[in-house]
Design a protein around this ligand. Structure first.
Ligand code: NAP
Ligand code: HSE
Length: 429
Protein backbone atom coordinates (compact mmCIF):
# COMPACT_ATOMS: atom_id res chain seq x y z
CA UNK A 1 0.00 0.00 0.00
CA UNK A 2 1.41 3.39 -0.95
CA UNK A 3 0.04 6.65 0.43
CA UNK A 4 -2.54 6.87 3.17
CA UNK A 5 -4.96 4.04 3.84
CA UNK A 6 -8.37 4.96 2.46
CA UNK A 7 -11.11 4.19 4.91
CA UNK A 8 -14.87 4.12 4.36
CA UNK A 9 -17.17 4.72 7.31
CA UNK A 10 -20.58 3.03 7.25
CA UNK A 11 -22.45 5.26 9.71
CA UNK A 12 -21.58 8.58 11.29
CA UNK A 13 -23.84 8.70 14.32
CA UNK A 14 -22.78 8.66 17.95
CA UNK A 15 -19.91 6.20 17.41
CA UNK A 16 -19.06 7.05 13.79
CA UNK A 17 -18.64 10.75 14.46
CA UNK A 18 -16.51 10.02 17.57
CA UNK A 19 -14.26 7.83 15.40
CA UNK A 20 -14.02 10.50 12.67
CA UNK A 21 -12.94 13.05 15.30
CA UNK A 22 -10.46 10.62 16.86
CA UNK A 23 -8.87 9.85 13.46
CA UNK A 24 -8.55 13.61 12.90
CA UNK A 25 -7.27 14.53 16.37
CA UNK A 26 -4.86 11.58 16.78
CA UNK A 27 -3.68 11.56 13.14
CA UNK A 28 0.06 11.61 13.98
CA UNK A 29 -0.09 8.84 16.55
CA UNK A 30 -2.30 6.72 14.31
CA UNK A 31 -0.02 7.16 11.28
CA UNK A 32 3.05 6.27 13.35
CA UNK A 33 1.39 3.11 14.67
CA UNK A 34 -0.31 2.03 11.44
CA UNK A 35 2.72 2.68 9.26
CA UNK A 36 0.77 5.04 6.98
CA UNK A 37 -1.70 7.85 7.49
CA UNK A 38 -5.44 7.18 7.53
CA UNK A 39 -7.80 9.15 5.34
CA UNK A 40 -11.57 9.06 5.65
CA UNK A 41 -12.38 8.66 1.96
CA UNK A 42 -16.16 8.17 2.07
CA UNK A 43 -18.91 8.16 4.71
CA UNK A 44 -22.32 6.54 4.26
CA UNK A 45 -25.26 7.79 6.29
CA UNK A 46 -29.02 7.76 5.97
CA UNK A 47 -29.45 11.52 5.85
CA UNK A 48 -26.64 13.32 4.00
CA UNK A 49 -28.09 16.71 4.90
CA UNK A 50 -27.86 16.23 8.67
CA UNK A 51 -25.22 18.45 10.28
CA UNK A 52 -22.46 16.47 12.03
CA UNK A 53 -19.66 17.53 14.33
CA UNK A 54 -16.84 16.10 12.16
CA UNK A 55 -14.16 17.57 9.91
CA UNK A 56 -14.98 15.52 6.82
CA UNK A 57 -15.75 17.44 3.58
CA UNK A 58 -19.49 17.26 2.72
CA UNK A 59 -18.83 15.82 -0.75
CA UNK A 60 -17.47 12.63 0.85
CA UNK A 61 -20.89 11.78 2.32
CA UNK A 62 -23.25 9.48 0.48
CA UNK A 63 -26.65 8.02 1.16
CA UNK A 64 -25.71 4.77 -0.56
CA UNK A 65 -23.45 2.45 1.46
CA UNK A 66 -22.73 0.42 -1.68
CA UNK A 67 -20.77 3.43 -2.98
CA UNK A 68 -18.13 2.62 -0.35
CA UNK A 69 -18.26 -1.13 -0.48
CA UNK A 70 -17.85 -1.16 -4.25
CA UNK A 71 -15.22 1.58 -4.41
CA UNK A 72 -11.99 -0.19 -5.48
CA UNK A 73 -9.90 2.58 -3.90
CA UNK A 74 -11.19 1.95 -0.39
CA UNK A 75 -8.97 -0.36 1.68
CA UNK A 76 -10.84 -0.71 4.96
CA UNK A 77 -14.53 -0.41 5.87
CA UNK A 78 -15.54 0.54 9.41
CA UNK A 79 -19.16 -0.47 10.01
CA UNK A 80 -21.01 1.59 12.64
CA UNK A 81 -24.56 1.49 11.29
CA UNK A 82 -25.88 -1.19 13.61
CA UNK A 83 -28.53 -3.83 12.95
CA UNK A 84 -28.22 -7.06 11.00
CA UNK A 85 -29.47 -5.85 7.61
CA UNK A 86 -28.09 -4.35 5.47
CA UNK A 87 -24.84 -4.45 7.50
CA UNK A 88 -24.42 -8.19 6.88
CA UNK A 89 -24.67 -7.93 3.07
CA UNK A 90 -22.44 -4.87 2.99
CA UNK A 91 -19.73 -6.46 5.13
CA UNK A 92 -19.88 -9.71 3.18
CA UNK A 93 -19.45 -7.88 -0.11
CA UNK A 94 -16.61 -5.77 1.29
CA UNK A 95 -14.76 -8.83 2.58
CA UNK A 96 -15.23 -10.73 -0.68
CA UNK A 97 -13.82 -7.82 -2.62
CA UNK A 98 -10.66 -7.89 -0.49
CA UNK A 99 -11.36 -5.05 1.93
CA UNK A 100 -10.67 -5.47 5.63
CA UNK A 101 -13.60 -4.69 7.91
CA UNK A 102 -13.83 -3.33 11.44
CA UNK A 103 -17.21 -3.36 13.15
CA UNK A 104 -18.89 -2.33 16.41
CA UNK A 105 -21.99 -4.37 15.61
CA UNK A 106 -22.68 -6.94 18.38
CA UNK A 107 -26.06 -7.91 16.97
CA UNK A 108 -24.51 -8.92 13.67
CA UNK A 109 -21.46 -10.71 15.11
CA UNK A 110 -23.59 -12.56 17.69
CA UNK A 111 -25.88 -13.86 14.93
CA UNK A 112 -23.62 -14.27 11.88
CA UNK A 113 -20.06 -13.96 13.23
CA UNK A 114 -18.86 -17.46 12.26
CA UNK A 115 -19.96 -17.09 8.60
CA UNK A 116 -18.41 -13.65 8.39
CA UNK A 117 -15.14 -14.87 9.99
CA UNK A 118 -15.02 -17.66 7.40
CA UNK A 119 -15.57 -15.17 4.55
CA UNK A 120 -12.79 -12.95 5.90
CA UNK A 121 -10.42 -15.91 6.25
CA UNK A 122 -11.19 -17.10 2.71
CA UNK A 123 -10.41 -13.63 1.36
CA UNK A 124 -7.27 -13.26 3.49
CA UNK A 125 -8.49 -10.01 5.08
CA UNK A 126 -9.27 -8.90 8.62
CA UNK A 127 -12.67 -8.81 10.28
CA UNK A 128 -12.15 -7.16 13.67
CA UNK A 129 -14.86 -6.52 16.24
CA UNK A 130 -13.26 -5.39 19.52
CA UNK A 131 -15.85 -2.60 19.92
CA UNK A 132 -18.80 -4.99 19.70
CA UNK A 133 -18.41 -6.14 23.33
CA UNK A 134 -17.88 -3.86 26.32
CA UNK A 135 -17.16 -0.70 24.28
CA UNK A 136 -13.75 0.68 25.20
CA UNK A 137 -12.56 -2.29 27.27
CA UNK A 138 -9.98 -4.40 25.44
CA UNK A 139 -11.52 -7.86 25.69
CA UNK A 140 -11.62 -9.58 22.31
CA UNK A 141 -7.89 -9.12 21.70
CA UNK A 142 -6.87 -10.36 25.19
CA UNK A 143 -9.11 -13.42 24.75
CA UNK A 144 -7.94 -14.07 21.18
CA UNK A 145 -4.27 -13.30 21.62
CA UNK A 146 -2.91 -12.79 25.14
CA UNK A 147 -4.87 -15.74 26.57
CA UNK A 148 -4.79 -17.87 23.42
CA UNK A 149 -2.54 -20.48 25.05
CA UNK A 150 -4.59 -20.79 28.22
CA UNK A 151 -7.74 -22.74 28.81
CA UNK A 152 -10.55 -20.42 29.81
CA UNK A 153 -12.85 -21.93 32.41
CA UNK A 154 -15.29 -19.12 32.89
CA UNK A 155 -15.96 -15.54 31.86
CA UNK A 156 -18.36 -13.58 34.02
CA UNK A 157 -19.11 -10.01 33.05
CA UNK A 158 -21.11 -6.89 33.66
CA UNK A 159 -21.46 -6.01 29.99
CA UNK A 160 -24.50 -3.73 29.99
CA UNK A 161 -23.94 -0.27 31.41
CA UNK A 162 -27.60 0.76 31.45
CA UNK A 163 -28.69 -2.07 33.73
CA UNK A 164 -25.64 -1.65 35.94
CA UNK A 165 -26.53 2.01 36.31
CA UNK A 166 -30.14 1.13 37.22
CA UNK A 167 -29.08 -1.52 39.77
CA UNK A 168 -26.55 0.89 41.30
CA UNK A 169 -29.21 3.60 41.74
CA UNK A 170 -31.63 1.06 43.23
CA UNK A 171 -28.95 -0.03 45.66
CA UNK A 172 -27.29 3.27 46.60
CA UNK A 173 -30.23 5.67 46.38
CA UNK A 174 -33.00 3.18 47.23
CA UNK A 175 -34.77 4.07 43.98
CA UNK A 176 -37.48 1.92 42.43
CA UNK A 177 -36.68 0.21 39.13
CA UNK A 178 -38.99 2.66 37.30
CA UNK A 179 -37.34 5.77 38.80
CA UNK A 180 -33.83 4.45 38.18
CA UNK A 181 -34.75 3.64 34.57
CA UNK A 182 -36.16 7.15 34.09
CA UNK A 183 -32.86 8.54 35.44
CA UNK A 184 -30.88 6.34 33.02
CA UNK A 185 -33.01 7.65 30.14
CA UNK A 186 -32.61 11.27 31.25
CA UNK A 187 -28.82 10.83 31.33
CA UNK A 188 -28.79 9.21 27.88
CA UNK A 189 -27.69 5.72 29.02
CA UNK A 190 -30.97 4.01 28.23
CA UNK A 191 -32.79 4.23 24.91
CA UNK A 192 -36.38 5.54 24.81
CA UNK A 193 -37.25 1.85 24.29
CA UNK A 194 -35.06 0.24 26.95
CA UNK A 195 -36.21 -3.34 26.40
CA UNK A 196 -32.99 -4.65 24.79
CA UNK A 197 -31.04 -3.53 27.84
CA UNK A 198 -33.43 -4.34 30.70
CA UNK A 199 -34.56 -7.68 29.27
CA UNK A 200 -30.98 -8.88 28.84
CA UNK A 201 -30.91 -9.05 25.01
CA UNK A 202 -27.98 -6.65 24.63
CA UNK A 203 -25.97 -8.62 27.22
CA UNK A 204 -26.99 -11.92 25.56
CA UNK A 205 -25.49 -10.81 22.23
CA UNK A 206 -22.26 -9.89 24.03
CA UNK A 207 -22.29 -13.20 25.96
CA UNK A 208 -22.57 -15.12 22.66
CA UNK A 209 -19.53 -13.31 21.24
CA UNK A 210 -17.53 -13.79 24.45
CA UNK A 211 -18.32 -17.53 24.49
CA UNK A 212 -17.43 -17.89 20.82
CA UNK A 213 -14.02 -16.34 21.33
CA UNK A 214 -13.25 -17.72 24.80
CA UNK A 215 -14.11 -21.33 23.88
CA UNK A 216 -13.51 -21.30 20.11
CA UNK A 217 -17.06 -22.57 19.71
CA UNK A 218 -19.97 -21.57 17.50
CA UNK A 219 -22.36 -19.82 19.87
CA UNK A 220 -25.34 -17.96 18.46
CA UNK A 221 -27.27 -15.30 20.38
CA UNK A 222 -30.33 -17.58 20.25
CA UNK A 223 -28.37 -20.16 22.29
CA UNK A 224 -28.08 -17.77 25.21
CA UNK A 225 -30.50 -18.19 28.12
CA UNK A 226 -31.54 -14.78 29.37
CA UNK A 227 -33.40 -13.10 32.20
CA UNK A 228 -33.38 -9.33 32.53
CA UNK A 229 -33.65 -7.11 35.59
CA UNK A 230 -37.32 -6.14 35.40
CA UNK A 231 -38.26 -8.50 38.20
CA UNK A 232 -35.48 -7.39 40.57
CA UNK A 233 -37.04 -5.32 43.33
CA UNK A 234 -35.59 -2.81 45.76
CA UNK A 235 -36.45 -5.36 48.46
CA UNK A 236 -34.25 -7.99 46.78
CA UNK A 237 -31.36 -5.55 46.63
CA UNK A 238 -31.78 -4.53 50.27
CA UNK A 239 -32.13 -8.14 51.37
CA UNK A 240 -28.99 -9.06 49.41
CA UNK A 241 -27.08 -6.20 51.04
CA UNK A 242 -28.05 -7.44 54.53
CA UNK A 243 -26.53 -10.80 53.63
CA UNK A 244 -23.36 -9.20 52.20
CA UNK A 245 -24.14 -9.43 48.50
CA UNK A 246 -24.64 -7.01 45.59
CA UNK A 247 -27.11 -7.70 42.78
CA UNK A 248 -25.68 -7.45 39.24
CA UNK A 249 -26.83 -8.46 35.77
CA UNK A 250 -24.19 -11.00 34.74
CA UNK A 251 -23.28 -12.50 31.40
CA UNK A 252 -21.76 -15.90 32.15
CA UNK A 253 -19.93 -18.20 29.74
CA UNK A 254 -18.50 -21.30 31.37
CA UNK A 255 -17.31 -24.78 30.65
CA UNK A 256 -19.51 -27.52 32.05
CA UNK A 257 -19.02 -31.24 31.78
CA UNK A 258 -19.86 -32.16 28.21
CA UNK A 259 -20.47 -28.64 26.94
CA UNK A 260 -20.67 -25.00 27.71
CA UNK A 261 -23.21 -22.81 29.44
CA UNK A 262 -23.90 -19.31 28.18
CA UNK A 263 -26.45 -17.23 30.05
CA UNK A 264 -27.49 -13.80 31.22
CA UNK A 265 -29.36 -13.25 34.46
CA UNK A 266 -29.33 -11.14 37.59
CA UNK A 267 -27.22 -12.66 40.35
CA UNK A 268 -26.08 -11.90 43.86
CA UNK A 269 -22.31 -11.69 44.23
CA UNK A 270 -20.41 -11.25 47.51
CA UNK A 271 -19.54 -7.61 48.20
CA UNK A 272 -15.85 -8.58 48.37
CA UNK A 273 -15.94 -9.97 44.79
CA UNK A 274 -14.22 -7.57 42.31
CA UNK A 275 -17.39 -7.39 40.17
CA UNK A 276 -19.44 -6.13 43.14
CA UNK A 277 -17.56 -2.83 43.13
CA UNK A 278 -18.37 -2.10 39.47
CA UNK A 279 -20.82 0.75 39.73
CA UNK A 280 -22.91 3.08 37.59
CA UNK A 281 -22.60 2.58 33.82
CA UNK A 282 -19.18 0.91 34.02
CA UNK A 283 -18.56 -2.58 32.65
CA UNK A 284 -16.12 -5.24 33.83
CA UNK A 285 -15.27 -8.74 32.76
CA UNK A 286 -13.88 -11.31 35.19
CA UNK A 287 -11.97 -14.13 33.50
CA UNK A 288 -10.91 -17.41 35.07
CA UNK A 289 -8.22 -19.29 33.16
CA UNK A 290 -6.51 -22.55 34.06
CA UNK A 291 -3.01 -21.07 34.02
CA UNK A 292 -3.61 -17.34 34.43
CA UNK A 293 -6.01 -17.70 37.36
CA UNK A 294 -8.38 -14.79 37.87
CA UNK A 295 -8.17 -11.46 36.07
CA UNK A 296 -10.53 -8.56 35.55
CA UNK A 297 -10.85 -5.94 32.82
CA UNK A 298 -12.74 -2.79 33.75
CA UNK A 299 -13.83 0.38 32.00
CA UNK A 300 -16.47 2.16 29.96
CA UNK A 301 -18.59 -0.25 27.99
CA UNK A 302 -20.35 2.31 25.85
CA UNK A 303 -20.27 5.88 24.63
CA UNK A 304 -18.81 7.44 21.49
CA UNK A 305 -15.28 8.02 22.81
CA UNK A 306 -14.64 4.61 24.40
CA UNK A 307 -16.18 2.75 21.45
CA UNK A 308 -14.18 4.83 18.96
CA UNK A 309 -11.03 4.01 20.95
CA UNK A 310 -11.64 0.28 20.46
CA UNK A 311 -12.46 0.79 16.77
CA UNK A 312 -9.30 2.82 16.19
CA UNK A 313 -7.14 0.02 17.64
CA UNK A 314 -8.74 -2.44 15.23
CA UNK A 315 -8.43 -0.01 12.36
CA UNK A 316 -4.70 0.43 13.01
CA UNK A 317 -4.27 -3.36 13.09
CA UNK A 318 -6.15 -3.81 9.83
CA UNK A 319 -4.11 -1.07 8.12
CA UNK A 320 -0.83 -2.38 9.56
CA UNK A 321 -1.60 -5.83 8.16
CA UNK A 322 -2.30 -4.38 4.74
CA UNK A 323 0.92 -2.34 4.83
CA UNK A 324 3.00 -5.37 5.76
CA UNK A 325 1.07 -7.71 3.47
CA UNK A 326 0.23 -9.93 6.44
CA UNK A 327 -2.71 -12.27 6.03
CA UNK A 328 -5.66 -11.24 8.15
CA UNK A 329 -5.76 -12.41 11.76
CA UNK A 330 -8.34 -15.20 11.98
CA UNK A 331 -10.07 -16.54 15.03
CA UNK A 332 -9.17 -20.09 14.05
CA UNK A 333 -11.42 -23.05 13.49
CA UNK A 334 -14.67 -22.80 15.47
CA UNK A 335 -15.91 -26.11 16.82
CA UNK A 336 -19.43 -27.28 17.57
CA UNK A 337 -19.84 -27.74 21.33
CA UNK A 338 -23.06 -28.71 23.04
CA UNK A 339 -24.70 -25.70 24.66
CA UNK A 340 -26.07 -26.97 27.95
CA UNK A 341 -29.57 -26.02 29.02
CA UNK A 342 -29.99 -23.68 31.99
CA UNK A 343 -31.26 -26.68 34.01
CA UNK A 344 -27.76 -28.21 33.78
CA UNK A 345 -25.98 -25.20 35.24
CA UNK A 346 -25.11 -24.91 38.92
CA UNK A 347 -25.00 -22.07 41.36
CA UNK A 348 -25.98 -21.21 44.89
CA UNK A 349 -29.46 -19.80 45.33
CA UNK A 350 -31.11 -17.18 47.47
CA UNK A 351 -34.81 -17.74 48.23
CA UNK A 352 -37.29 -15.67 50.13
CA UNK A 353 -40.48 -17.27 51.44
CA UNK A 354 -43.47 -16.03 53.39
CA UNK A 355 -44.57 -18.68 55.84
CA UNK A 356 -46.68 -19.29 58.92
CA UNK A 357 -44.62 -18.96 62.09
CA UNK A 358 -45.62 -22.25 63.73
CA UNK A 359 -43.87 -25.35 65.08
CA UNK A 360 -42.86 -27.79 62.35
CA UNK A 361 -42.91 -25.29 59.47
CA UNK A 362 -39.16 -25.08 59.13
CA UNK A 363 -38.88 -28.88 59.36
CA UNK A 364 -41.33 -29.35 56.47
CA UNK A 365 -39.49 -26.81 54.35
CA UNK A 366 -36.06 -28.24 55.13
CA UNK A 367 -37.40 -31.66 54.23
CA UNK A 368 -38.26 -30.50 50.69
CA UNK A 369 -34.77 -29.10 50.20
CA UNK A 370 -33.30 -32.40 51.41
CA UNK A 371 -35.63 -34.51 49.23
CA UNK A 372 -34.31 -32.71 46.15
CA UNK A 373 -30.63 -32.83 47.18
CA UNK A 374 -30.38 -29.07 47.70
CA UNK A 375 -28.24 -28.30 50.72
CA UNK A 376 -29.08 -25.25 52.84
CA UNK A 377 -26.13 -23.02 53.70
CA UNK A 378 -27.93 -20.47 55.83
CA UNK A 379 -31.42 -19.53 56.95
CA UNK A 380 -32.67 -16.39 58.61
CA UNK A 381 -36.13 -15.58 59.91
CA UNK A 382 -37.34 -12.01 59.54
CA UNK A 383 -40.62 -11.08 61.30
CA UNK A 384 -43.08 -13.28 63.16
CA UNK A 385 -46.65 -14.56 63.06
CA UNK A 386 -48.52 -15.06 59.79
CA UNK A 387 -46.10 -12.72 57.98
CA UNK A 388 -42.82 -14.41 58.89
CA UNK A 389 -40.25 -14.33 56.12
CA UNK A 390 -37.59 -16.95 55.73
CA UNK A 391 -34.47 -16.15 53.74
CA UNK A 392 -32.45 -19.15 52.57
CA UNK A 393 -29.07 -19.32 50.86
CA UNK A 394 -28.25 -22.76 49.52
CA UNK A 395 -24.95 -24.40 48.79
CA UNK A 396 -24.16 -24.95 45.12
CA UNK A 397 -26.97 -26.89 43.49
CA UNK A 398 -28.14 -27.82 40.04
CA UNK A 399 -30.71 -25.50 38.54
CA UNK A 400 -33.08 -28.43 37.82
CA UNK A 401 -32.92 -29.52 41.48
CA UNK A 402 -33.73 -26.02 42.65
CA UNK A 403 -36.70 -25.80 40.28
CA UNK A 404 -38.05 -29.10 41.62
CA UNK A 405 -37.59 -27.84 45.19
CA UNK A 406 -39.54 -24.67 44.42
CA UNK A 407 -42.34 -26.71 42.88
CA UNK A 408 -42.54 -28.86 46.01
CA UNK A 409 -42.39 -25.85 48.36
CA UNK A 410 -45.36 -24.27 46.61
CA UNK A 411 -47.32 -27.35 47.65
CA UNK A 412 -46.45 -27.02 51.36
CA UNK A 413 -49.54 -25.73 53.17
CA UNK A 414 -47.64 -23.47 55.59
CA UNK A 415 -45.66 -21.79 52.79
CA UNK A 416 -47.83 -18.82 51.84
CA UNK A 417 -45.63 -17.56 49.07
CA UNK A 418 -42.29 -18.33 47.48
CA UNK A 419 -41.05 -14.84 46.68
CA UNK A 420 -37.78 -13.90 45.05
CA UNK A 421 -35.28 -16.46 43.87
CA UNK A 422 -31.86 -15.24 42.79
CA UNK A 423 -28.74 -17.10 41.79
CA UNK A 424 -25.64 -16.49 43.91
CA UNK A 425 -22.30 -16.53 42.07
CA UNK A 426 -18.69 -15.91 43.01
CA UNK A 427 -19.01 -17.34 46.51
CA UNK A 428 -18.61 -21.12 46.53
CA UNK A 429 -17.64 -21.50 42.86
P1 NAP B 1 -26.38 5.78 15.74
O1 NAP B 1 -26.01 6.99 16.49
O2 NAP B 1 -27.80 5.47 15.52
O3 NAP B 1 -25.64 5.86 14.30
C1 NAP B 1 -25.95 5.02 13.22
C2 NAP B 1 -25.36 5.63 11.97
O4 NAP B 1 -25.57 4.73 10.87
C3 NAP B 1 -26.03 6.95 11.58
O5 NAP B 1 -25.07 7.84 11.06
C4 NAP B 1 -27.00 6.55 10.47
O6 NAP B 1 -27.24 7.59 9.54
C5 NAP B 1 -26.25 5.42 9.82
N1 NAP B 1 -27.11 4.42 9.18
C6 NAP B 1 -27.98 3.58 9.77
N2 NAP B 1 -28.58 2.81 8.84
C7 NAP B 1 -28.07 3.19 7.65
C8 NAP B 1 -28.30 2.77 6.30
N3 NAP B 1 -29.16 1.79 6.02
N4 NAP B 1 -27.59 3.37 5.32
C9 NAP B 1 -26.71 4.35 5.60
N5 NAP B 1 -26.43 4.77 6.86
C10 NAP B 1 -27.12 4.21 7.86
O7 NAP B 1 -25.76 4.48 16.41
P2 NAP B 1 -24.42 4.40 17.31
O8 NAP B 1 -24.78 4.60 18.74
O9 NAP B 1 -23.38 5.24 16.71
O10 NAP B 1 -24.06 2.84 17.18
C11 NAP B 1 -23.48 2.34 16.01
C12 NAP B 1 -23.04 0.90 16.20
O11 NAP B 1 -22.09 0.84 17.27
C13 NAP B 1 -24.14 -0.10 16.57
O12 NAP B 1 -23.86 -1.35 16.00
C14 NAP B 1 -24.04 -0.20 18.08
O13 NAP B 1 -24.54 -1.41 18.60
C15 NAP B 1 -22.53 -0.12 18.23
N6 NAP B 1 -22.10 0.31 19.56
C16 NAP B 1 -22.57 1.47 20.05
C17 NAP B 1 -22.15 1.88 21.30
C18 NAP B 1 -22.65 3.18 21.88
O14 NAP B 1 -22.27 3.50 23.00
N7 NAP B 1 -23.45 3.96 21.16
C19 NAP B 1 -21.24 1.09 22.04
C20 NAP B 1 -20.75 -0.09 21.48
C21 NAP B 1 -21.18 -0.47 20.23
P3 NAP B 1 -27.94 8.98 10.01
O15 NAP B 1 -26.97 9.65 10.92
O16 NAP B 1 -28.16 9.73 8.74
O17 NAP B 1 -29.20 8.57 10.70
N1 HSE C 1 -26.81 -0.25 25.61
C1 HSE C 1 -25.51 -0.75 25.92
C2 HSE C 1 -25.25 -0.58 27.41
C3 HSE C 1 -24.40 -0.05 25.17
O1 HSE C 1 -26.07 -0.02 28.15
O2 HSE C 1 -24.21 -1.04 27.85
C4 HSE C 1 -24.18 -0.57 23.79
O3 HSE C 1 -23.77 -1.91 23.82
Amino acid sequence: MSGPARVGLLGCGNVGSALARLIDEHADVIAARAGVGIEIARVAVRDVKKSRDVRVPPDRFTGDPLDLVRDPDIDVIVEMMGGVDPARELITEALKSGKSVVTANKELIARHGPDLFATAAASGVDLLFEASVAGGIPLMRPLRESLAGDRIRRVMGIVNGTTNFILTRMSDDHMSFEDALADAQRLGYAEPDPSADVQGDDAAAKAAIIATIAFGARVNVDDVYREGITSVSRDDIESAAILGYAVKLLAVAEELEGGISVRVHPAMIPVHHPLASVRDAFNAVFIEGEAVGELMLYGRGAGGGPTASALSGDLIDAVKNRVSGAKGATIGELVERPIRAIDDSESQFYLLMEVADRPGVLGAIANEFGEHSVSIKSMEQRGMGEDARLVFVTHRARESALRATLEALRGVETVHRVGSVLRVLGDED
